[in-house]
Design a protein around this ligand. Sequence first.
Ligand code: BG6
Length: 493
Amino acid sequence: MLVLIVGGEGDLAYRKLYPALFELDRGGHLPAPLRVVGIARHEVTQDEFAERVQRGVVADLAEAGTELKTSDWKRFAARLTYAAADATCATSMQELKQQLFPADSQPPANTAPEELIVYLAIPPNIFAPVCKTLDAVNLAGPTTRIVVEKPLGDDRASFLEINRQLTAVFNESQIYRIDHYLGKEAVQNLLALRFANAMFEPLWNQKYIDHVQITVAETVGAQGRWAFYDAAGALRDMIQNHLLQLLCLTAMEPPATMQADDVRDEKLKVLRCLKPMDASKVRRQSVRGQYAAGAIAGQPVAGYLQEPDAGPTSTTETFVALKTEIDNWRWAGVPFYLRTGKRLPMRFSEIFIQFKEVPHSIFGRAEADAPNSLKIRLQPDDSIQLNLMNKVPGLDTRLPLQSVALDLSFSEVFHDHLSADAYERLLLDVIRANPTLFMRTDEVEAAWTWVDGIRAGWQTSGQRVSAYSAGTWGPSEAIGMLAKDDRHWDGID
Ligand code: BG6
């Protein structure tokens, strides 16, 4: 088996892909004969390449507080090769093919030489010529799997065009579209929480749930990729993919099995039931913000328009808050509030389920006003917290109550098991040909259709971005949007 990384000298490859493959090797998960080949156009010696890969691996291990062991590195390094090749040029790729698969191991002309995984760590505008070239040199046979990652278009039409180019060469079953949030441990645990525990299912509906909040808050800003980010904005960069995937897993019906299509069919139904937002709705149900200068953890940070390379008049949103509903029997009338932003006070991602109040309180109004809630924290630490009402110990005859958390922190319970990085999980699934955690065409298309509606609504209504100071929870309108419904964001009092 061969993993070919096109864009093998890029940031994604060095920061995420090689370190994830190294970890898989260290954990004994890679098949013995698996080789990893990075390609890019320019010449790099094998030693230089190995050194750069090693740097990425060391940095990744350091984050987890571990050091690189020579024996682990040697084993992984033996799998690694760099080759200078132009993936859009048939002659260059034919030469690469000869080099990687010497003549005696060449199969009949029209089949791929061995199980091949091609990771396109390159911009989508060159997916088409690369796929065509792979086809031309017979590297796109039925055993080839192709891995792609966002941005997959910037609206429904451009996504379909990219997809058309991919499917001109590969079948849907050969295409692995990554959303790295689906590789996160806590996101998969959401499936276990919902479908391996009988206690939640009877409550998981409009009868018992008041509303749901999904937050992905970041402290980072444009991170040196201002122009790239500016062309996307928070709606397309985060909501269209990561937050909608979290919403799908929270709201979907129990799939028949964990088989890829069973899970993806259920997610698709949720996306199709999202209430479309027109211009009048986006005014009431969406907030766009852009960070201005401020401070995070006591450190001053520049505003979005003062970042290096910034265009001074950009109106791109770095914060979005939305209120949406899912039009089906389970969720009718339950608001789903989504919120994501850069330069917020802290990094955290969470799904917050607010249950309804008890139907009749025997304790008196004041004490009974903290209904149950369930918080599923994805980062920085994975945890599940169920907030329950308890009696405060003591002899007070009024029976005072207090909300107390049943707290399950994964690092405490599973301290022997290091959580796998999202890319480890996803690369291993590609190697094992398991597409459950990857997005199917119709899912991505449905997500774009809904997001395109919001963008059109913003345009028609002329909705502006509101400034918020870095280090705050976004524009005050985002807080106001929930306050109008007599609710508040979790984490903001
Ligand atoms: C990426 C976005 O998909 O996800 C980035 O393009 C964002 O803007 C990142 O910072 C967040 O990922 P994570 O795993 O750090 O939450």
